[in-house]
Ligand binder design. Structure first.
Ligand code: GCO
Length: 459
């Protein structure tokens, strides 16, 4: 029996800076990514998102391709500096009008827009005011949210406040890992302060969505799924993997509990308070009333996960991948079982519906002599990961949707155009789009609502 219910959503995702281009058209202000990408030496091959996939001008063609794939939903993000060029104050009518057109185009093709409000392109002027280190940042986010929701919520009901706060602060602020905009290079204490402001911004954004929405909104946020699979399915290994999944390592920000627990439970996790103890700023307890707002789902971006087993002392022990473990072009290990364990552990912990808001792989696809893109690796990846997801759904884990990252090849942050994540191949010189073989495979999967996910016959 097919465990995927009729209301399961099959989609794909992308984000504004990674695909739109048109970086200073129609009144758009600069963002922190425009700033960083224009500094020599920051991005692979000194690339930038000035043009990217030129989606700003080609969105009609792109939506038609999404329709050809049969996407039921498209997760897009709104560029804050396109809508409010200096981050605060007057709204740029032409910028908002672009999202109006995009939403209308999607809806007229029967594709539901899932709108992420913040996917990392902070207005440059807000960076000059300290970015997320500024305690007023949650106020800025609330104002910006109100402007977008006022305009789009007669048609949009699915909202994601913030994408991957772990990466925003982990890669953009914390000195140890700084490779992303705005490259603040601060210590852990300041990073935790910025993180707290981001959580406040999430809370204020949820409040603003609910206050301004013209139709009942469905609201969540997207965290990086940091999870671990058990090496075997013994109860001890499963418990070890569960503990590793919820653990907070005090040297970095890639965990989900520090971010998700305050949002859902209204407090930081004990394990994190211990791990970050020496760097902890003081937080007002009333802040947690703002951070903890009712949300409707937890979005998780899940790409890979390590294996854990029960250690001799009863703790969790990481198990290195075997030599020759298949990996993506980004060198991320291909570890399909994580799409079973991650949603299971998160759903257990948060008791909220889970949406996989990103999953996918980078490869170095090219257009073959026959004019097609034969990305057999992506098909096999999708097949394996979605079998694991099917197992989770069949086990009763409340997963409501799956969004492939990405709908099309795009600008991969500090890695420039080195990695191709798309179902659609983009030739950046000509802006020619080509559906990859995986796009047709995904189309068939969507048509069958996942029922075609059988194990292939072995020779
Ligand atoms: C992220 C972002 C995406 C990336 C994707 C691949 O996870 O970094 O949400 O913008 O492009 O995840 O790295």
């Amino acid at each position: 029996m097919n465990p995927f219910k009729d209301n399961f959503t099959w989609g794909a995702a992308a984000s504004s800076y990674q695909i739109e281009g048109a970086w200073r058209e129609d009144g758009k202000g600069p963002s922190i990514w425009d700033m960083i990408a224009h500094q020599p030496g920051r991005i692979y091959e000194n690339s930038n998102g000035d043009v990217a996939c030129d989606h700003y001008h080609r969105y009609r063609e792109d939506v038609a391709l999404m329709k050809e794939i049969g996407l039921q939903a498209y997760r897009l993000s709104v560029s804050w500096p396109r809508v409010i060029p200096t981050g605060r104050g007057p709204v740029n009518e032409a910028g908002l009008a672009f999202y109006d057109r995009l939403v209308d185009e999607l809806l007229s093709h029967g594709i539901e827009p899932w709108v992420t409000l913040y996917h990392w392109d902070l207005p440059y002027d807000l960076f000059l005011r300290g970015g997320w280190l500024n305690p007023d940042s949650s106020e800025w986010m609330a104002e910006y949210t109100a402007a977008v929701v006022e305009r789009l919520s007669d048609r949009v009901t699915r909202w994601i406040t913030i994408n991957e706060p772990q990466c925003m602060i982990g890669l953009g602020y914390l000195k140890a890992n700084c490779t992303h905009a705005p490259n603040m290079e601060v210590g852990m204490r300041e990073a935790l302060l910025a993180a707290h402001h981001v959580l406040m911004a999430h809370g204020r954004s949820v409040q603003a969505i609910r206050a301004h929405a013209k139709k009942p909104p469905v609201v969540g946020l997207s965290l990086v799924g940091c999870a671990s699979s058990p090496l075997t399915e013994s109860p001890e290994d499963i418990e070890a993997a569960r503990n590793a999944t919820h653990y907070v390592d005090g040297t970095q920000l890639w965990n989900h509990t520090w971010w998700g627990d305050p949002v859902v439970f209204g407090h930081y996790p004990e394990v994190g308070l211990k791990s970050y103890a020496k760097d902890l700023p003081e937080f007002k307890s009333s802040d947690f009333d703002t951070i903890r707002q009712p949300i409707d789902f937890m979005g998780m971006n899940v790409y890979w996960g390590g294996n854990t087993k029960a250690g001799v002392d009863g703790g969790s022990e990481w198990v290195p991948f075997p030599k020759g473990q298949p990996h993506t072009h980004f060198n991320w290990p291909i570890s399909p079982e994580i799409l079973y364990w991650a949603p299971k552990f998160y759903a257990e912990h948060y008791k909220l519906p889970i949406v996989i808001t990103e999953n996918g792989l980078s490869s170095c696809d090219s257009v073959a002599l026959d004019g097609r893109v034969h990305d057999a690796g992506r098909i096999d990846f999708l097949h394996r990961y979605l079998l694991a997801l099917r197992r989770a759904v069949a086990d009763g884990v409340d997963v409501r949707g799956y969004f492939h990252w990405s709908v099309m090849d795009n600008f991969e942050w500090a890695e420039g155009y080195k990695h191709r994540f798309g179902l659609i191949h983009v030739d950046y010189e000509t802006q020619q789009r080509t559906l990859k073989d995986s796009a047709y495979w995904y189309r068939d999967l969507i048509r069958s609502n996942g029922a075609c996910l059988a194990l292939p016959q072995q020779p």
